[in-house]
Design a protein around this ligand. Structure first.
Ligand SMILES: Cc1ncc(COP(=O)(O)O)c(C=O)c1O
Length: 375
């Protein structure tokens, strides 16, 4: 059998990983500023993470949501504490798309309405409603098409007000920092406007924190910069440092009803052990603070390169917008300097490293970047 060939891959086989480094099958070391797409939050094969998962696997790896799971309660308590949203409720699932799917569904259960406001360049996942709320017609199949989604221009407050007049809005879904869309930071004023319109119209504010969440921005959720709370936060990626786990946290005003949401795998023992290990490491190593400090250091230095059009982002979620003639830089970084980075179209280099990135790693990247753009 052949693989279903949907991924354009780099011709590299990764055989070993530790911290912010990976090694290929020939023993070549790479600095990883991509983290398998913002997934590696506490660093590859972190000893505490490996131990907690290994210990759990020796006890019980999986049982479904038909029995009591103290690990889930432990995770909810710690996530509430670390995120500062103690009074929210936790629903566990397996991926970012699934988290958003559940968030959109729960919003509609809550207020009985159907219209969802999403934004230009948004990415919310590939399941049916999440993909419909994703601004990329190429990945929306005819069966996913729905007139329940309204796309508005990014940061356009007047368009937002107008949409609330025109439609019975169930929810507004927004990334605090658009990832796939090219690292676009939502302004505090725009997020505050969403909050006040949702309040006025009994609509649900959904903060997609799948990529920009979990400490990456220098706050636990990047939406927190606006000083207002969303009703539902979705998360995945960095939550399990590579173990598939996703979640939504849900404001106290939502009442759970048996059977309303559900999943077979979500919140299983191993997934909870992975998520607990991540949060414990984030706390013990002060990784949110580190993301803010190293992220600021990187952005300040990147802004000194004349050839860079713009540097956008917060913390360790950084977009380096390059002119067309520098479209070779990402490949140059990978093949000559052995540094993994991400990309966004048309020509943005995305940095999504582990939150434990050090200043020495940042300096190594800055030096290589300087050489690559001047080649
Ligand atoms: C903002 C955002 N939401 C949702 C998703 C979907 O997550 P997953 O691939 O885990 O389904 C992604 C994935 O890149 C994302 O960046």
């Amino acid at each position: 059998m052949k693989l279903f060939d949907v991924y354009p891959v780099n011709d590299i086989i990764i055989e070993k990983a530790l911290g912010s480094h990976v090694w290929d099958d020939k023993g070549t070391q790479y600095l990883d500023l991509y983290g398998g797409h913002a997934v590696i939050s506490v660093g590859h094969t972190h000893p505490h993470y490996v131990k907690r998962l290994t210990d759990q696997l020796h006890k019980v790896g999986f049982y479904s949501n038909s029995v009591k799971m103290p690990l889930q309660e432990e995770l909810a308590a710690l996530l509430g504490k670390v995120s500062g949203k103690d009074d929210y409720q936790l629903f566990l699932c397996n991926s970012g798309a699934e988290a958003n799917e559940n968030a959109l569904k729960l919003a509609s259960f809550y207020n009985g309405k159907k219209k969802v406001i999403a934004f230009k360049k948004a990415f919310h996942g590939r399941t049916s409603l999440a993909v419909a709320a994703t601004d990329n017609p190429k990945i929306v199949a005819p069966v996913n098409e729905t007139d329940n989604i309204v796309f508005l221009p990014w940061e356009d407050q007047a368009a937002l007000e107008q949409a609330f007049q025109q439609y019975e809005v169930s929810s507004v879904i927004i990334e605090g920092i658009q990832g796939v869309g090219g690292i676009n930071v939502a302004s505090e004023a725009f997020l505050q406007k969403i909050r006040s319109l949702c309040d006025a119209h009994n609509a649900v504010f959904i903060a997609d924190s799948v990529q920009c969440g979990y400490g990456r921005s220098g706050k636990f959720y990047s939406h927190d910069f606006a000083g207002v709370n969303a009703d539902i936060y979705s998360m995945a990626k960095g939550m399990g440092n590579g173990f598939p786990i996703g979640a939504i946290i849900i404001a106290p005003k939502f009442q759970a009803v048996y059977g309303m949401l559900g999943t077979t795998f979500g919140g299983n023992h191993l997934a909870c052990a992975a998520a607990l290990a991540v949060l414990e490491t984030i706390q013990a190593e002060k990784l949110v603070e580190n993301a803010a400090a190293i992220g600021n250091y990187l952005m300040e230095n990147l802004r000194t390169f004349d050839k860079v059009k713009e540097v956008r982002g917060r913390g360790l979620m950084i977009g380096i917008d390059l002119p067309e003639e520098l479209s070779h830089v990402r490949k140059e970084l990978l093949h000559t300097h052995k540094i993994f980075t991400g990309e966004a179209k048309p020509n943005v280099i995305r940095l999504l490293p582990s939150l434990a990135l050090t200043q020495a790693h940042a300096d190594q990247f800055l030096e290589a970047f300087g050489k690559a753009i001047n080649k």
